[in-house]
Ligand binder design. Sequence first.
Ligand SMILES: [Zn+2]
Length: 488
Amino acid sequence: MTFLNPLKARLSALTISLLLQGTAALSAGLSAAQRALTWLDGQHPQLAQALGAIRQGLMRHPKAIGLSLASVLLAGGGGAFAIANLGPDISDQPVVSVTTPVTVAGLADQAQAIDQHVLNLIRTDLTRSSDTPESLLRRMGVVDTQAAAFLRKNPLAKQALLRSGRTVSAEVNNQQQLRQLSVRWLSNENDTAFQRLVVKRTDKGLEASQESSELSTSVRMTGGTVASSLYAAADEARLPDAIISQLTDIFSSQIDFHRTLRKGARFSVVYEVLEADGEPIRTGRVLSAEFNNENKLYQAIWFQENGQKGSYYALDGKSLRRAYLAAPVAFSRKTSGMGMRLHPIFQTLQKHNGVDYAAPTGTPAMSVGDGVVEFAGVQGGFGNVVIVRHGGNHTTVYAHLSRIHVRPGQTIQKGQTVGAVGSTGWSTGPHLHFEFRVNGVHVDPQSVIQQAQSTPVSPASMARFNASVKYAKSQLQAAAQMRDTSEQ
Ligand SMILES: [Zn+2]
């Protein structure tokens, strides 16, 4: 399991319950403390000096002080309430009300205990493709022609600033001169380490160095209610697309998101964010999630059996991996808005035997299970059609394809693309006509898919699994609480 350690988790929970923020970034320690500082700063200008000193301490001793300060701030600031909209970043959130003043004494003492230093401002931004060294520095409030010239000439700096979308932090002194500039990026999307270029002012002038550093993981939780579409709800909750696609994937054998997701469906999700120096740089894995759709609760937790690849399980230990996918078309931003469409041609003539998925021409049509291609070609009203034979007298049909990607006799796997959605045959618009046949007779795919068995958590791992479940439940509960609070 890759959960946070309990101390971090407890601090995260405190951060949230005290600040009552919609969807808080669940990274305790440094970033929590920094955010708390930012928030306190805004609320209590008289604290500015003390906070400045604390912030300086945080920069110099990030790890140890981050954690201890987080607890001091959270304990010392007890009773401070702010209510904000749902969203992943505390610092972005509008603070609506403060009901009790913050206790200042503890903070001031703490500030005295930490080094007193001149406050250097740190600003963070992203590189843009239109950036020149001058425009980048200007945007970050740096007025320093020497630094601009250095960034223009130094090969390491030039290389680091070449790409857009990289995080840049600049530390500036009172004269708006650059003290230090850091650029952070990932060389590869799946790296566990990031690259950091640092330009530093030394006695000898500006110097550049580049190093590789491990990403740190923080945990975030969020939730939403589907008012119009899952994507609209996810946008509202500021949930990255990568997490929605993991979510729909995790529940893909239980919920056909195209057909059965209803207005009012609620979801909560706990996921990892990988950070470089406290700045989110990419999303990680969904750790636990739940969907409440039509009063049915679906829950999932990531769990790794000893010596095996991890996978998702229901909270009772049943694997969520099924022999079949719930739908032959991936649920995406593109396909989600299109809604279901009926066969206008067949509708009046005969009973419609199948399920139609409206999707743009070219959308991949996936085999819902492992099998062997029985037919791939043109067949009357079906147009271009692929028929796949699975075990147990099950066959599936994918019709009206614009292109076919498989040939008869070919062995294929669950999720493999058999062709592209189209409008060939008797069809009035691009859609996938899908049938699930048992002994040649069309049945409701959901009824078959739900029956399929899968391997549960092994008895040997059950104690460890249950401990993870207990933890996941409390996190999901917190996520649901935040969702409900923010939606009131
Ligand atoms: Zn149809």
